[in-house]
Every structure is written in structure tokens, then in C-alpha cells.
Design a protein around this ligand. Structure first.
Ligand SMILES: NC(=O)c1ccc[n+]([C@@H]2O[C@H](COP(=O)([O-])OP(=O)(O)OC[C@H]3O[C@@H](n4cnc5c(N)ncnc54)[C@H](O)[C@@H]3O)[C@@H](O)[C@H]2O)c1
Length: 286
């Protein structure tokens, strides 16, 4: 199959692209390099350096499956919420319309647990939407557009949570907490921790997220939404503690104010993806 991976120069997209190539698929990456890096892309992938806002039907010619991972990052949503919505909402709609036009059969969409906001109790796919960040709102718009196209292509929405692994951005303003803490320990031995550290995360290995994307392609579900994560709840403080214990030098913690819109409780039910897509999540290993 010819597969398009948007955001394929980024963290998760580059792993999906590599895995698709390994399985013998043709891979086209479209990325504007606003956050991604060409060195992340696997050898053998074709590349169009473009925003999803500017692509044309010619760019998508012959594509059978789209893995839509391009998104404006959480830090952009704080600086420029209008642009964040343009990319995550309007950009997704534009890509959907073009995909239908060129005859794409599968559209596998990277959404996020941020669409739920802070939920009391366990988060299931039927929990109400209550995003508490601009990013959560724009990503919700994106996935709602995907739902509208379920009768035109096989659409699957995967709501990722706290993905970590190789090539994750480690800049404290942009990156995920596992990569950021690891880099801070390596560089200076001072971890910066927002809030009191009691906020829970369901850390999920990028390799498992990739397998979920492949299962969504090969098992042909359609119009489905899945929580795509492990269900191992770990506090950010516990993560810091585990990394500090592993470090071979003294490490201190600098406390910073909580991040706006940060969510403290994540108790996520992932049974639907386990049962229907047969994906297993292997917990968090540092
Ligand atoms: N990393 C996580 O824990 C996590 C959690 C929930 C959801 N997600 C979602 O997963 C997807 C991938 O996230 P990631 O962590 O790999 O982020 P990332 O920033 O590493 O990758 C996103 C890529 O999209 C590209 N991009 C941004 N705007 C673009 C545009 N307008 N046109 C084309 N390319 C553009 C960036 O350059 C980057 O390479 C995103 O949709 C994100 O919302 C990630």
C-alpha cells in the first residue's frame, strides 16, 4: 500500500513511517518541519516539505492510507490558539476532503486524551468531552471532522496519551516529560517539575502506539474511536524518583508553577483497543 504519514518527521509519525516501510509499504511523509527534523525520517520514505494547509491533490496521488499525525504542538496553542485551531481543526478537514477526492481508503487519525479534560473516575471512549486547553479543543475539532467522514473512508481515531520513546523531543518547552527529565539529568542534574508532581500519567511506549496504528490499518475497523494507551498510572513525582534512582550522579528537583490546563487524574480504560485491535501495552520501562 502507499501510505501517507503526516507529521512523519516528528516523534510518533517517524516511528509509524519506519514500521510501515519495514512491513513493505510505500511511505510518503508530509511535514512542515515546524517541530520535526529530517534526521528523524526513515531511509526510503519520500518527503514533501509542506504544511498540511497547503497540500494539493497531486501530492496525495495514489495514496491508499493516511496516518494523520501532524499537529500543532501544545506550546503553540498557548502562544497562538488561532493558528493551533487552523492546523489541528481546519488542516484536518482539508486533509480529509483531499483524501476523499483522491480515493484514500483508510484514514487513521492521531487524537489525544486531552479531548476529555479532567474526568472524575475512569475515562472510557464514552466519557464526555470537556477539553480544558486550546490544544484539547482544536484536537477535538479535528477528530469530530474525522467522524463526519466515516461513510467515505475507513476512519479510525486513536486517542494517544503520554507517549514516550526514542526521538521524543526533550526541550522543556516542547517535549514530553520522560525525555525532558532524562535530558535534564544528563545535562545538569536539575529536574524542573511543574506543580506538586502528584499529576498522574499513563505512560505509553511509542512502539505500542505504532502497533495500534498498524492494527487499525490491517483489521479494517471503521468509524471507531479507541483510547490508545497503557493503563499503568504513574505520578510525575514517581517518574522523577525512578529516574533519579537510576542516575549515577546527584539530582535535584526545581518546582515551578503548575502548567495551565494540566490534568491531574488519568485513569484510562483501554479494554476496547485490547479486545478489538489486539494491541498489548507493556507498561512503562525507563
Ligand atoms: N506525544 C504524545 O504523547 C501525544 C499524546 C497525545 C496525542 N498526540 C498526537 O500525536 C501526534 C504526533 O505527536 P508527536 O508527539 O509525534 O508530535 P511531534 O511534534 O513530534 O510531531 C508532529 C509533527 O507534525 C509536524 N507539523 C506540525 N504542524 C504541521 C503542519 N501544519 N503541516 C505539516 N506538518 C506539521 C511537525 O513538524 C512535527 O514533525 C499529534 O497529532 C499529537 O497531537 C501525541
Amino acid at each position: 500500500m502507499r501510505c501517507l504519514v503526516t507529521g512523519g518527521a516528528g516523534f510518533i509519525g517517524s516511528h509509524i513511517a519506519a514500521r510501515l516501510l519495514k512491513s513493505g509499504h510505500e511511505v510518503l511523509v508530509i511535514d512542515d518541519l515546524s517541530a520535526g527534523k529530517t534526521k528523524n525520517m526513515p531511509e526510503g520514505a519520500e518527503f514533501i516539505n509542506s504544511s498540511i494547509l497547503h497540500i494539493t491533490p497531486t501530492d496525495l496521488e495514489g495514496v491508499d492510507a493516511v496516518f494523520h499525525n501532524a499537529a500543532s504542538k501544545k506550546n503553540i496553542c498557548l502562544i497562538d490558539p488561532e493558528y493551533d485551531m487552523t492546523v489541528n481543526g481546519i488542516g484536518t478537514l482539508a486533509l480529509l476532503k483531499l483524501s476523499v477526492k483522491v480515493g484514500v481508503k483508510h484514514f487513521i487519525h492521531a487524537s489525544t486524551g486531552s479531548v476529555y479534560g479532567e474526568v472524575k473516575g475512569t475515562i472510557t471512549e464514552n466519557s464526555p468531552y470537556n477539553p480544558v486547553s486550546y490544544y484539547g479543543v482544536s484536537k477535538l475539532a479535528g477528530e469530530r471532522y474525522v467522524s463526519l467522514f466515516h461513510d467515505k473512508m475507513k476512519t479510525v481515531i486513536l486517542r494517544y496519551f503520554h507517549v514516550y520513546g526514542p526521538r521524543q523531543e526533550d526541550d522543556p518547552n516542547l517535549g514530553g516529560v520522560v525525555a525532558v527529565f532524562k535530558k535534564q539529568i544528563k545535562d545538569g542534574g536539575i529536574i524542573t517539575l511543574h506543580g506538586d508532581g502528584s499529576q498522574k500519567r499513563v505512560f505509553t511506549r511509542v512502539e505500542d502506539v505504532v502497533e495500534a496504528n498498524l492494527a487499525a490499518l490491517h483489521l479494517h475497523p471503521s468509524g471507531k474511536v479507541y483510547n490508545c494507551c497503557s493503563n499503568y498510572q504513574v505520578s510525575v513525582m514517581a517518574l522523577a524518583g525512578a529516574l533519579i534512582r537510576k542516575a549515577d550522579k546527584p539530582v535535584s528537583i526545581k518546582y515551578l508553577p503548575p502548567l495551565p490546563g494540566d490534568i491531574y487524574n488519568f485513569d484510562v480504560d483501554n479494554s476496547k483497543i485490547l479486545q478489538e485491535l489486539g494491541v498489548s501495552f507493556s507498561g512503562y520501562k525507563l
